[in-house]
Design a protein around this ligand. Structure first.
Ligand code: ADP
Length: 316
């Protein structure tokens, strides 16, 4: 009933059962991105198998269907340590486990097969390339960002990634555009990447929606990722994705001890009126992403310290 009068249906959360989307499509509801693309963002095994077949660079991996297959999989990815990931249902590092050796490959975790077994990549940092693609095939690519993770949760994003070579940035953007086209994404696609010491990048994860690594674009880009997602799903011409300031730093507000966030706003805004605060109105739980702050300017170090002060103060 909800879908009956819609021109187009999209979503801001990937764990929508594809069966529902197929059912809606069968009733001629326009669903973007479509259910054929979505599993690439919700199932780590599907994504890896599909991208490997397309020649996209990934960490070495094997998918196990029973716990007994682990030893063989570890050997296939080059030995211990390995990173184990539940194929479905993980987010923010929940469902990801680094095992140093056979003693640590927790039974509880392995019981959640299918599990992806992956080499532990000695990356120098994590990057993300965000693109938007329309059904007509137009696509735009945002500047490549650095994404800083703590305990598997993205805590900070710097746009553009400081010191990233033009060559690596271009490779990352082309990779993201290629993935978007192959998977036939409509809307925003975020490609999370590992940058290696030699400048190569490997794809770690896909998100098919406006993503945390693109939140900086609300304040720091000519067109925000949210606007471009909507333009894309409506098949309107996409807006320019370029940065409108030399550097943007985004820091997530994670739930802390304070149940209420707004009382901190007066202090934060008085101390630093240039900080942009975005609160999501979600119930505060420790460690939950409940908002973010953005600061734009020239100097990465001072922007980082301003953004962190504000985010820390708001979370309590
Ligand atoms: P989630 O679905 O929870 O976002 P990810 O696959 O993105 O899971 O993993 C969360 C974090 O764990 C990554 O951002 C990275 O810091 C670390 N990680 C994941 N895979 C590997 C790997 N193969 N090698 C090293 N670190 C990894």
């Amino acid at each position: 009933r909800f879908a009956a009068d819609l021109d187009v249906l999209t979503f801001d959360h990937e764990h929508v059962p594809t069966a529902h989307l197929h059912a809606l499509q069968a009733e001629e509801v326009v669903v973007r991105p479509g259910p054929h693309a979505l599993p690439y963002a919700t199932d780590k095994a599907v994504m890896r198998r599909g991208l490997r077949a397309a020649g996209i660079p990934l960490p070495r991996f094997a998918v196990i269907e029973t716990p007994e297959e682990l030893p063989e999989a570890v050997e296939a990815v080059g030995g211990w340590p390995v990173v184990l990931k539940t194929a479905r249902g993980g987010y923010d590092g929940k469902g990801v486990w680094t095992a140093q050796g056979p003693d640590e490959s927790a039974d509880v975790f392995l019981a959640r097969v299918p599990v992806v077994v992956e080499e532990r990549v000695p990356f120098v940092r994590e990057l993300a390339a965000v693109v938007a693609r329309s059904p007509s095939g137009q696509a735009v690519s945002y500047p490549v960002v650095e994404s800083v993770q703590r305990d598997g949760i993205c805590v900070e994003v710097v746009a553009p990634a400081p010191g990233l070579s033009q060559e690596t940035a271009t490779v990352a953007q082309q990779l993201a555009l290629e993935v978007a086209e192959r998977v036939d994404v409509v809307g925003v696609l975020a490609v999370e990447l590992f940058e290696l010491a030699d400048g190569r990048v490997l794809v770690n994860e896909l998100a098919m929606r406006p993503h945390n690594s693109g939140h900086w674009s609300i304040d720091g880009a000519a067109t925000s990722q949210f606007e471009n997602h909507l333009r894309a799903v409506l098949d309107l011409p996409l807006g320019p994705p370029h940065a409108i300031t030399p550097v943007t730093v985004m820091v997530n507000v994670l739930g802390g001890d304070l149940p209420e966030l707004h009382s901190a706003l007066r202090h934060v805004m008085a101390r630093d009126p240039g900080v942009r605060v975005h609160l999501y109105g979600k119930t505060v739980r420790p460690g939950r992403k409940v908002g973010h702050v953005t600061v734009t300017g020239d100097d990465v170090d001072s922007l980082r310290s301003r953004a962190w002060h504000a985010a820390d103060y708001i979370s309590g």
